[in-house]
Design a binder for this molecule. Structure first.
Ligand code: MGD
Ligand code: MGD
Ligand code: SF4
Ligand code: MO
Length: 692
C-alpha cells in the first residue's frame, strides 16, 4: 500500500469490483475513522493495475452511494404480508435462523432435494459466491443448481471447439489491425477493453461492430453490420465460405493444429453470401467485405460477448465464430484470435472450496436456473424451499409471469439473502441482510483479463448485515452440521480458492491480499494457441467435435435459426424481434435502485425504427404495450433508426417495482433453452407492439 499514500488519518484499502463484468477492476478505497467506526470516503480504480488503469465505470464510481444507501437491508426481516407485497417485520438473527433451520430440517427429513439453492453472480467473489454456500447445500443433500443463466451456451461451445475459455489478452487488443466487436456493446459492458480498442483505432485499426442495434459502441466503429438477432452462426459460416472460396487460409495452421477442415468446408459451402444475406437481413457485399478484411487486416481480434449466444442456436453460433481464427491463422499473434471469456485460465480448486464429498454418495437432482418458472410448477419433483443469494430471479429470469407465480406459491418456503429489498426479496418468508464488497473479504478471478485480485474489507458491516459465508456458517450450526469445514474463516476460504498448479501456482493469499492483484503465470506476450496446443480431446481446434457427435448433436458448426423465427405462424402473429441488452448505468438488475444511476437511464424505453413505428401509429414518447403469448409490459417509445427494422430494443434489467407498470422485459422472454449449454434464449423472442 505504499504507492498510494493516504492523507493523515486516512487509509487506502485494496479492493476488487465484485460485479458480473469482465473487467474485474482493482479498486482503492479511502477510509477514515469517524466516531470509532471506519467510513469509506472515496473509491477509485487502481492506476497501476494494467487493465483498470485508474478508472472505474460510472456505476461503480457510485459504489459508496450504493453501500450507504438509506434502503440498505440492515436487519433480518420476516414476512407479514402476502407474498410479493413486500410487508415485513424486523426479527433477531437467532429467531430467524432457528425458524429457518427448523423448516429446512422438516423438509429434509422427507427429501432434502426439495430444498433448492438459487444463486448467480451478484458478487463474482469466490468466497461470498459459493464457498460456504455449496458446502452447506452439499451437506444437506439439497438439489444442485445448473447455473446457466448467462454464459453456458458460449462456454460449452468454446470447450467443444478450442477446449477452454481464453483468447487474446485485453491489453493486446491495442495491437490488432482489425477489431470485430461481435455482439458486444463494450462501452457499456466492457469499458476497459474499449479503451484498448480505441488505442488500436488510433494506430490505424479498422473497427467493425456486428450487432442488431446501433449501440454506443457500434456508433463509434468504422462499420456496423446490423444483422437480425440470433443469425450470427450464418454470418460466421458465410465468412468461412468466402475464406475457403478465395483460398484466404493459413493452410499450415489448419494442417497442424485443426481437426475436421473438410467437414467445415462442406458445411460452409452451404452458406454462400447471398443466402447468408437473406438469413441475416444484411447485404451479400457486407459478408464479402467482412471476410476480405478478416483475411487481410492482420492480426484480427474478435471480441465476442454473451449477447450473441442468447438465441436457440447460440452454441453453434459461438462455435462457428471460434473456428474463424484457426482458418485464417490469427491465433499466431498475441493480438489475434477470439475472446469470449478468459475465465478458463485461473482454475478454481473446486474440490477444496466446495467439498463435493459432503454429498456422501448422494446424487441429488439438478435444477436448471434458467427454467425456474417451470421447476416451481412441477408437482412431480416438488420444490418446497428456495434459498436465494447473489441473484434477483423475479426480475432477471425469463418468462417472469411463470417465475412470479412460482415464487407466490403459499406452500413454498423462501429465504432471500440480500443487500436490498428487491423484487425477489418481496416474495421471501425471511430476508437476511448481506454485506457489500466494502464490508467483507473476498478473492476474485476475471473473465476478461489475466489477473487475480483480493478484496480487503474497508469498513465494518453496516447494521446487522453479515457476509453470506457467515449466514451459512450460522445456519450450518443450527442444522447441527459439525464438520470442521463449516468453521473456516473467510481468509481460510480465500486461501483455498485457486489450484496450486498451473497459472495460479504462485498465488498465495497473504501475498495477494497485500498486493491487491497478481498477474496469472502465463507467458507475456500471451498467444495461447500460436502453436496449437488446444486443450481439446484431439489437442487441435475442433471444427469437427466427436464429443458433440457422441451426444447426438451436430459435430460441425451449423446455423440453427432463432426458435421464434423458425415457427412461421408465431413469427406472423408477432412480427417484431425484441432484444433486452444491458443498460449502461445498470449491472443486470443491480444499481437500478441507485437514484443517480436510474435518473441517468431515465425510464424503461423501447427503441423502435421509424418504419415500424409509423406502421403502428406510434410516435416518439408514446406509451406502448409490448406483448406476446407469455405476457406484456409497457414502456415509452423512442423512435430511432438505432433500432433496425424488425427489431425493437428495451435496455435492461429494470426492477419491476421501479417501472411504472410494475413489469419488465422478462414478461415476454421464454424459458426455451439453447442448442448447447442449456442456457436461456432472452434474445430469441417475438412480440407485437401497440400504442397504449
Ligand atoms: N453496464 C453493464 N455492463 C454489464 C452488464 C450490465 O447489465 N450492464 N452485464 C454484465 C453481464 S452479466 C454480462 S453477461 C456481460 C455481457 O453481456 P452482454 O449481454 O453480451 O452485453 P453487451 O456487451 O451489452 O452486448 C450485448 C450486445 O449484443 C447485441 N445483441 C443482442 N442480440 C444479438 C445477436 O443475436 N447477435 C449479435 N451479434 N448481437 C446481439 C445487443 O444489441 C448489445 O449491443 O456484460 C456485463 N457487463
Ligand atoms: N431480459 C433479460 N434478462 C436477463 C439478461 C438480459 O440481458 N436480458 N441478462 C441475463 C444475465 S447475462 C445475467 S448474468 C442474469 C443476472 O442475474 P443476477 O445474477 O441475478 O444479477 P442481478 O440482477 O445483478 O442480481 C444480483 C443480486 O445479488 C445481490 N448481491 C450482490 N452482492 C451480494 C452479496 O454479497 N450477498 C448477497 N446475498 N447478495 C448480493 C444484489 O443486491 C442483486 O440484487 O440476468 C439475466 N437476465
Ligand atoms: S462494473 Fe466492470 S467496469 Fe465497472 S468497476 Fe466493476 S469491473 Fe470495472
Ligand atoms: Mo451475464
Amino acid at each position: 500500500m505504499t504507492a498510494h499514500a493516504a492523507s493523515p488519518g486516512e487509509e487506502i484499502v485494496r479492493a476488487a469490483c465484485p460485479h458480473d463484468c469482465p473487467d474485474t477492476c482493482a479498486m482503492l478505497v479511502t477510509v477514515r475513522r469517524e466516531n470509532g467506526r471506519r467510513l469509506a470516503v472515496k473509491i477509485a480504480g487502481d492506476p497501476e493495475h494494467p487493465t483498470t488503469r485508474g478508472a472505474l465505470c460510472t456505476k461503480v464510481s457510485r459504489y459508496l452511494e450504493r453501500t450507504y444507501h438509506p434502503e440498505r437491508l440492515l436487519h433480518p426481516l420476516k414476512r407479514i404480508g402476502r407474498k410479493g407485497e413486500g410487508r415485513f417485520v424486523r426479527v433477531g438473527w437467532d429467531e430467524a435462523l432457528d425458524d429457518i433451520a427448523a423448516r429446512l430440517k422438516s423438509i429434509a427429513a422427507v427429501d432434502p432435494q426439495r430444498i433448492v439453492p438459487y444463486s448467480y453472480a451478484g458478487t463474482m467473489g469466490l468466497v461470498q459466491g459459493e464457498a460456504m454456500a455449496l458446502r452447506f447445500f452439499h451437506r444437506l443433500g439439497a438439489s444442485l443448481l445448473d447455473r446457466t443463466i448467462c454464459a453456458t451456451a458460449g462456454a460449452e461451445a468454446l470447450a467443444y471447439t478450442i477446449g477452454t475459455r481464453t483468447g487474446p489478452a485485453m491489453e493486446a487488443f491495442a495491437d490488432a489491425k482489425l477489431v470485430i466487436l461481435w455482439g458486444t456493446n463494450a462501452i457499456a459492458s466492457n469499458l476497459h477493453l474499449w479503451s484498448f480498442v480505441q488505442q488500436a483505432k488510433r494506430n490505424g485499426a479498422k473497427l467493425v461492430a456486428i450487432d442488431p442495434w446501433r449501440s454506443d459502441t457500434a456508433e463509434k466503429c468504422h462499420q456496423h453490420i446490423a444483422l437480425l438477432p440470433g443469425t450470427d452462426g450464418a454470418l460466421a459460416l458465410g465468412m468461412a465460405h468466402v475464406l475457403i472460396r478465395e483460398g484466404w487460409l493459413d493452410r499450415d495452421y489448419i494442417e497442424r493444429y485443426t481437426l475436421g477442415f473438410e467437414a467445415l468446408a462442406a458445411r460452409a459451402a452451404e452458406f454462400p453470401p447471398a443466402r447468408v444475406a437473406e438469413l441475416c437481413g444484411i447485404t451479400a457485399a457486407e459478408v464479402e467485405q467482412l471476410a476480405r478484411d478478416y483475411a487481410h487486416l492482420r492480426p484480427a481480434a474478435i471480441r465476442l460477448n454473451y449477447g450473441m449466444q442468447r438465441a436457440a442456436g447460440g452454441g453453434n453460433a459461438v462455435r462457428a465464430v471460434a473456428c474463424l481464427p484457426a482458418l485464417a491463422g490469427h491465433w499466431r499473434h498475441p493480438a489475434g484470435g477470439v475472446l469470449l471469456s478468459s475465465s478458463g485460465v485461473a482454475e478454481v480448486d473446486a474440490a477444496r472450496l466446495y467439498r463435493p464429498e459432503l454429498l456422501a454418495g448422494r446424487r441429488p437432482r439438478t435444477i436448471n436456473m434458467s427454467a425456474i418458472g417451470q421447476a416451481l410448477a412441477n408437482a412431480e419433483l416438488p420444490i418446497e424451499a428456495l434459498i436465494v443469494y447473489n441473484s434477483n430471479p423475479v426480475a432477471v429470469a425469463p418468462d417472469s409471469r411463470a417465475v412470479a407465480a412460482g415464487f407466490a406459491r403459499e406452500d413454498l418456503f423462501t429465504v432471500v439473502l440480500e443487500q436490498f429489498q428487491t423484487d425477489t426479496a418481496d416474495y421471501a418468508d425471511y430476508v437476511l441482510p448481506a454485506t457489500t464488497q466494502l464490508e467483507h473479504v473476498d478473492v476474485h478471478k476475471s473473465y476478461g483479463h489475466l489477473y487475480v485480485l483480493a478484496n480487503n474489507p474497508a469498513i465494518e458491516p453496516l447494521g446487522e448485515a453479515l457476509p453470506n459465508t457467515e449466514i451459512f456458517r450460522r445456519l450450518a450450526a443450527k442444522m447441527g452440521f459439525a464438520e470442521p469445514c463449516f468453521a473456516e474463516s473467510d481468509d481460510e476460504l480465500a486461501a483455498q480458492a485457486f489450484r496450486r498448479d498451473g497459472a495460479t501456482a504462485h498465488v498465495t493469499w497473504p501475498r495477494l491480499k497485500a498486493a491487491g492483484w497478481q498477474r496469472l503465470d502465463v507467458p507475456q506476450p500471451y498467444a495461447p494457441f500460436a502453436e496449437g496446443a488446444f486443450p481439446t480431446p484431439s489437442g487441435r481446434c475442433e471444427f469437427h467435435s466427436q464429443a458433440l457427435a457422441d451426444l447426438g448433436l451436430d459435430p460441425v458448426p451449423n446455423y440453427v435459426p432463432p426458435a421464434e423465427v423458425a415457427d412461421p405462424a408465431l413469427a406472423a402473429r408477432f412480427p417484431l424481434a425484441i432484444i433486452s441488452p444491458p443498460a449502461r448505468n445498470f449491472l443486470n438488475s443491480t444499481f437500478v435502485n441507485v437514484k443517480s444511476l436510474r435518473d441517468a437511464e431515465g425510464e424503461p424505453t423501447l427503441q423502435i425504427h421509424p418504419q415500424d413505428a409509423a406502421a403502428r401509429g406510434i410516435g416518439d414518447g408514446d406509451r406502448v404495450r409490448v406483448f406476446n403469448d407469455r405476457g406484456e409490459f409497457e414502456l415509452t417509445a423512442r423512435v430511432t433508426d438505432r433500432a433496425r427494422p424488425g427489431v425493437v430494443v428495451a435496455l435492461s434489467i429494470w426492477w419491476k417495482k421501479l417501472a411504472r407498470d410494475g413489469r419488465n422485459a422478462n414478461e415476454v422472454t421464454s424459458q426455451r433453452l439453447t442448442d448447447i449449454g442449456r442456457a436461456p434464449t432472452f434474445y430469441d423472442c417475438r412480440v407485437e407492439v401497440t400504442r397504449r
